[in-house]
Design a protein around this ligand. Structure first.
Ligand SMILES: [Zn+2]
Length: 67
């Protein structure tokens, strides 16, 4: 059993737990700190593209429905 250290993209807490799969079969995580659900894939993409985490956070915010 491997352990993956995942940090919440919203509050950077490591109090995150697996939260099943998204409709696109990507792992989702639930943050105990701010209670948000996010997908780990964003972290991977950020690392691959060598862009800052702030860019990813902005992208995540833009994906949220308005209101
Ligand atoms: Zn959080």
């Amino acid at each position: 059993m491997s352990t993956v250290i995942v940090h919440c993209p919203c509050c950077d807490s490591n109090e995150v737990y697996r939260h099943g799969l998204s409709p696109t079969k990507r792992e989702r995580f639930h943050c105990q700190c701010c209670r948000r659900v996010f997908q780990l894939i964003y972290r991977y993409e950020a690392r691959t593209l060598k862009i800052g985490i702030n860019t990813v956070i902005q992208a995540l915010k833009s994906l949220r429905p308005a209101g």
